[in-house]
Write a protein that binds this ligand. Structure first.
Ligand code: NDP
Length: 336
C-alpha cells in the first residue's frame, strides 16, 4: 500500500513537510479481517485535531502513523464469510491506497440508482448525520424561526440549512466568496451572506430582522462575534465546530471577552451545547438514514462534492479545506 504518514506535528497551518509518503507491504488479512482497495477517502476538519497532541476527545495519530480517515473501499479478499470480493464498504482505512480492516467495523454499501457511493462520506454519512442530530436535538428549529449557519456550502452546513427549511424555519447561510453565496441561493437558503464582505455585520443584521433563534456553530471567530449580539432570548447554539481556529497557535489578541460572553448567555437564557456526533449515533442513526435518504431521493436535500483525484493531492486539499478553497464535501478519489 502507498500511505501518507504524519512526519511531524503541524505548528499552525500544516505543511507538506509534516507528512511523508511511504510504500509498504500489508499483512495478509487474519480471521475476521478483509483486504480492501480504497476508492474514496474523506477529508474532514477534525483531522487537524488528530494531527495535534493537545488534549482531545480522541487519541492523536502517532508520529509515523498513517493519517486516519473514513473510506469507501472495495473488498479484494475477505477472511470473513460476511463479505465477498467486490463488495463495497464504508470503513476507516485512512490515507492509504489499501487497508486491512476488521470486518465487524465495516458497513456494506448498497449503491442505489444515481446517488454515488461517495455520499456515504458526506450527505448520507458522518457530516450529514452531524447536521441532522445537532440541529434537531440541540437546535430544535420551529416554523418561522431564524436559523443561521456558516461554512454553509460544506457538507455539514448545507445539510443544516436545508433541514432547517424542511422544518419550516428561515435559513440564513454564511460562506466565503460570491460563488458560494450564489450556490446557497440555488439551494433555497432564504438569505446568503459572504463573511469576507466588508459590511458583513450590517448584512447579517439586515438578513435577520427578527434576530436569530438557532445558530449552528461551525466556525467561531469573526462570524461568532457578529452573531452573538443578534441572538434572541432562548436561542439555541449547537456548538459543532470552530474551524476558523483549527490552525491557531495562540488565543486571539485583545481584551478578554469571556465576561461579556457569559453575561449574554445569562441575560438571554441561551442554550450553548457542544457535541461530538458519535454521542447521538446509537439513538439517531436509524432515523437519520430513513429521513436523509428520503430527502436526497426526493431532491429536498441536495449536496455538492468537491472530488480531488489522487492520494498525492490529499495534503494540499486538506490545507485548502481549512482555508475555504474547497467547494462542497472534500473527497479524494484514490482509485476507480
Ligand atoms: P467544510 O467542508 O465546510 O470545510 C470547512 C469550511 O470552513 C471551509 O470550506 C470554509 O468555508 C469555512 N471556514 C474556514 N475558516 C473560516 C473562517 N475564518 N470564517 C468562516 N468560515 C471559515 O467542513 P465540514 O462541513 O466537514 O465541517 C464543518 C464544521 O463541522 C467544522 O467545524 C467541523 O470541525 C465540524 N464538525 C463537527 C462534528 C462534531 O461531531 N462536532 C462532526 C463533523 C464536523 P467558506 O469558504 O465558506 O468560509
Amino acid at each position: 500500500t502507498t500511505r501518507i504518514v504524519l512526519a511531524s506535528r503541524p505548528h499552525g497551518e500544516p505543511t507538506q513537510e509534516d507528512f511523508r509518503t511511504e510504500t509498504v507491504n500489508l499483512p495478509d488479512p487474519g480471521p475476521g479481517e478483509a483486504l480492501l482497495d480504497t476508492l474514496y477517502l474523506s477529508l474532514d476538519p477534525y483531522m487537524r485535531g488528530r494531527m495535534s497532541d493537545a488534549p482531545s476527545y480522541a487519541a492523536p495519530v502517532p508520529i509515523g502513523g498513517t493519517v486516519v480517515g473514513a473510506t469507501v473501499s472495495r473488498v479484494v479478499h475477505s477472511a470473513d464469510d460476511s463479505l465477498a470480493a467486490g463488495d463495497l464498504v464504508l470503513g476507516y482505512g485512512g490515507w492509504q491506497t489499501r487497508s486491512v480492516e476488521r470486518v465487524r467495523y465495516l458497513r456494506r454499501l448498497d449503491p442505489k440508482g444515481s446517488i454515488p457511493v461517495s455520499t456515504a462520506l458526506g450527505v448520507l454519512g458522518m457530516p450529514g448525520f452531524t447536521a441532522y442530530a445537532g440541529l434537531l436535538t440541540i437546535g430544535q428549529p420551529k416554523p418561522d424561526e431564524t436559523v443561521v449557519v456558516a461554512a454553509a456550502t460544506g457538507p455539514v452546513g448545507s445539510a443544516v440549512g436545508q433541514i432547517a427549511r424542511i422544518k419550516g424555519a428561515r435559513a440564513v447561510g454564511i460562506a466565503g466568496g460570491p460563488q458560494k453565496v450564489a450556490y446557497l441561493q440555488e439551494l433555497g437558503f432564504d438569505a446568503a451572506l459572504d463573511h469576507r464582505a466588508p459590511d458583513f455585520v450590517e448584512q447579517l443584521a439586515a438578513a435577520t430582522p427578527d434576530g436569530i433563534d438557532v445558530y449552528f456553530e461551525n466556525v467561531g471567530g469573526a462570524v461568532w462575534d457578529a452573531v452573538l449580539p443578534r441572538l434572541n432570548t432562548y436561542a439555541r447554539v449547537p456548538l459543532c465546530g470552530l474551524v476558523a481556529g483549527y490552525n491557531a497557535t495562540s488565543l486571539p489578541e485583545g481584551p478578554d471577552r469571556s465576561g461579556a460572553l457569559m453575561g449574554t448567555i445569562l441575560r438571554k437564557s441561551l442554550t450553548v451545547r457542544g457535541f461530538i456526533q458519535t454521542e447521538f449515533a446509537p439513538t439517531q442513526t436509524d432515523a437519520f438514514v430513513r429521513d436523509m435518504s428520503a430527502w436526497v431521493a426526493s431532491g429536498e436535500v441536495t449536496y455538492r462534492e468537491d472530488i480531488v483525484d489522487g492520494l498525492d493531492h490529499a495534503v494540499e486539499a486538506f490545507r485548502g479545506m481549512l482555508r475555504g478553497d474547497n467547494f462542497g464535501k472534500v473527497v479524494i478519489r484514490v482509485s476507480d
